[in-house]
Design a binder for this molecule. Structure first.
Ligand code: ADP
Ligand code: MG
Length: 700
């Protein structure tokens, strides 16, 4: 059968519509997308341990004989099955949850390799939920790295692995199927492997070295496509005459003076930058980078006020409903308190059709002049009367495509008769080292707020081991009884066979059991619906919930001044820059705030890394250290997920590839007609496809 990369994955054996729908939920519909559905981790099967030599709380493989029948116990709807296995050195218990068929399967006297987590209970070890492997299966897996994919309910590793084996097999047979994106000289200069080899090794690595080489190449490729896109935007944005020239007005001066605080010197400088741009000869394209809490919102308010008091519309797009609602509330508050000429309109996806229609009307007629919302702001139905400024907040959560769409929207509908490009301001709380920022934000002028508003109490930090958890919980209890609130962050959503990392679902239960009933504990994670998330955050904001246990989804930029404790489990699993962002959720109010990092690793390196956070609250310094403390060996360490979320590349881990891609991008794009050159055709096609398919490019 002849395959094409654009085929739907249902062409593969064993993938029907149902399974395809599950893949679809993971954003994978075509064969090409499947090839680019990268593992999130790799698993290597352990060497065999003897029962007498097991250690508490570790994963192990035991070669043993079943030496007891299976007994069962019911716990609510749960069936727990028990048995025993023995080797030459002793016996261990086996327990299986909700696997009633194990009773028939597990025969006394048969030999298995049992793989699972063991824990010591009383005098003996129990292996929970072991995976059973036949000697042949164990031999086959030994020494190999097996890919571990991000999954959704109903989809399992085996299905994904099989599907990938099939596509890779097809590609191997027909090399014409998968076009090489990187021209030969680029690969040669950097000793990159070919595309087929890279994809094969990223999914089914021969060994660590091959995997590292594959990852390097794919990261380079991802950066290169991204940078070429940034370059395109830069070319089209460069030195565009200011279509919405403005004058400083009494409103902005009055607002600055009326504020209950004085702008910091850095804020003043950034405001001068913005003012200079918007009153100058060219259209503004500016990134305002400032650590969490550095006071970017008031600068957005000033820029919007400048546009509005000059008779234009201004719009601000936030990545989530929660943040959009928060901005709307703050700006409406300013409008009333300082008698500003704003006529604010909120537009978000979850509004009713009637509410939306009303908002569209106000935006189109110009009766609304300050428009705040989510992605809904760039929907087709929205027509702006005279949009002169677009601001996107917490930029790394948007794709580059969305920013471009917002810009184009402004150009096309900002003034329907005569398209004009609006001023663009991008706000980011990601402290990225300057060298990297220059590359990643190549099409923007950069303003940085380094200084924090005066009078902030520093956050008190501590890095502790898991043995400290009990005390940490007591501390939560104490703060809550003093009327404060707390965040707890875990790396996983639910329990999983493959991971011992803390997860939100079980942790919430554990906390509920351990703390007094009066303490109200809520749960937040990425699989919840936006409306559910919003309801929970609203309740938290209103003080109806005391503790939120969540994954890293807690919105960047969420302002809950009464939250004073941030407790982070498995802190060693996060990047420093990301931990710093999480920490920024507290320390926003009057009271002293605390951040407790629980480190579950014994490695000295983890301690060393986390110590950086213990001693500094300066995001830019932390980002630099993060870069410094990573070696090339860190490839599978901590991904800064949530920060400039590339598919495979990580701006910290792959910083060297980013620099090289930047260099290559410069060389390629030096030739203005590079896209028409034969050797770049597949690269140009990939770029066009990314643009067309709205592939969510990170950051910018
Ligand atoms: P971020 O940069 O993370 O978006 P915000 O704009 O939310 O930070 O500001 C955090 C808090 O600091 C807000 O309550 C804001 O009113 C306050 N703030 C901003 N600028 C100053 C300043 N110069 N002095 C004192 N407080 C300020
Ligand atoms: Mg903010």
């Amino acid at each position: 059968m002849e395959l094409h990369l654009t085929d739907n994955i249902t062409v593969l054996k064993g993938i029907g519509d149902k399974t395809a729908a599950l893949f679809g939920r993971m954003g994978t519909e075509t064969l090409e997308e499947l090839l680019r559905f990268y593992p999130r981790d790799y698993d290597r099967i352990e060497e065999v341990s003897r029962i007498a030599e097991l250690t508490d709380n570790t994963r192990a493989v035991v070669r043993g004989t079943v030496c007891a029948g299976v007994s069962e116990r019911k716990a609510g709807r749960l069936v727990i099955s028990f048995s025993q296995a023995a080797d030459e050195t002793g016996k261990m218990q086996l327990s299986f949850f909700n696997m009633p068929y194990i009773k028939k399967m597990l025969k006394k006297g048969s030999l298995y390799y049992f793989r699972g987590k063991v824990s010591k209970r009383g005098g003996s070890f129990t292996m929970e939920q072991p995976v059973l492997l036949s000697p042949a299966e164990y031999d086959r897996q030994r020494g190999k790295l097996l890919p571990v994919y991000p999954l959704t309910t109903g989809l399992n590793q085996k299905t994904v692995r099989k599907a990938l084996q099939q596509v890779l097999g097809a590609v191997q047979q027909d090399s014409g199927l998968l076009p090489e994106v990187l021209p030969k000289e680029i690969r040669k200069e950097r000793q990159f492997c070919g595309i087929y080899e890279a994809l094969r090794e990223i999914h089914f690595p021969e060994g660590r070295e091959e995997l590292a080489a594959a990852k390097k190449r794919l990261a380079f490729e991802e950066f290169l496509v991204f940078l070429l896109l940034v370059r395109k935007m830069k070319d089209s944005a460069e030195a565009v005459p200011n279509a919405f020239p403005m004058f400083e007005t009494s409103d902005t001066r009055r607002f600055v003076e009326a504020l209950p605080f004085k702008l910091t010197e850095d804020q003043e400088q950034v405001w001068r930058d913005i003012l200079g741009d918007m009153t100058g000869s060219y259209t503004m394209n500016r990134l305002v980078q400032g650590d969490v809490g550095s006071g970017k919102t008031v600068l957005a308010a000033l820029a919007l006020l400048l546009a509005v008091s000059n008779g234009y519309q201004g719009a601000m797009m936030a990545p989530t409903e929660v943040l959009a609602a928060q901005h709307f509330k703050i700006l409406r508050g300013y409008t009333d308190k300082y008698n500003l000429p704003f006529r604010p309109v909120l537009l978000t996806g979850s509004m009713t059709a009637k509410e939306k229609r009303e908002a569209y009307g106000q935006i189109e007629s110009g009766s609304g002049n300050l428009i705040i919302g989510t992605h809904a702001l760039i929907q087709e139905k929205v027509i702006y009367a005279n949009l002169a400024l677009v601001i996107t907040d917490e930029q790394h959560r948007f794709g580059v495509r969305q920013r471009e769409a917002f810009l184009r929207k402004g150009i096309e509908t900002g003034n329907a008769k005569e398209p004009k490009p609006p001023h663009v301001m991008v706000m980011s709380a990601t402290p990225i080292p300057r060298t990297l920022a220059m590359i990643l934000y190549g099409d923007l002028h950069v303003s940085v707020i380094k200084q924090m508003p005066a009078g902030r109490r520093g956050i008190k930090n501590c890095v502790v081991g898991t043995d400290w958890r009990g005390r940490a919980w007591k501390f939560l209890e104490k703060e809550i009884s003093a009327g404060r609130q707390a965040f707890v962050v875990c790396p996983m959503i639910g329990p999983s066979e493959e991971s011992e990392l803390e997860n939100v679902e079980e942790y919430t239960e554990k906390l509920r059991a351990a703390l007094p009933d009066a303490i109200r504990i809520g749960m937040l994670h990425g699989k919840m619906k936006p409306a559910e998330k919003k309801r929970l955050m609203d309740a938290f904001g209103a003080g109806m919930i005391d503790i939120v246990v969540s994954t890293t989804v807690i919105e960047v930029g969420v302002n809950i001044p009464n939250a004073t404790v941030m407790l982070i489990e498995n802190a060693e699993r996060f990047g420093l820059a990301q931990l710093h962002q999480l920490r920024g959720r507290v320390g926003r109010g009057e009271c002293q705030s605390y951040c407790i990092f629980i480190n579950s690793s014994d490695a000295d390196r983890s301690k060393e890394r986390l110590e950086v956070l213990n001693h500094s609250n300066d995001g830019f310094y932390i980002a630099e250290q993060d870069l410094k403390l990573r070696g090339p060996g860190d490839m599978f360490g901590v991904r800064q997920s949530g920060i400039l979320n590339f598919r495979i590349a990580d701006i910290y881990q792959d910083a060297d590839m980013l620099m090289q891609a930047d260099q290559a991008c410069g060389e390629i794009a030096a030739d203005k007609s590079w896209e028409e050159k034969e050797k770049y055709r597949p690269l140009a096609a990939l770029l066009a496809r990314s643009v067309r398919n709205n592939i969510d490019f990170p950051g910018i």
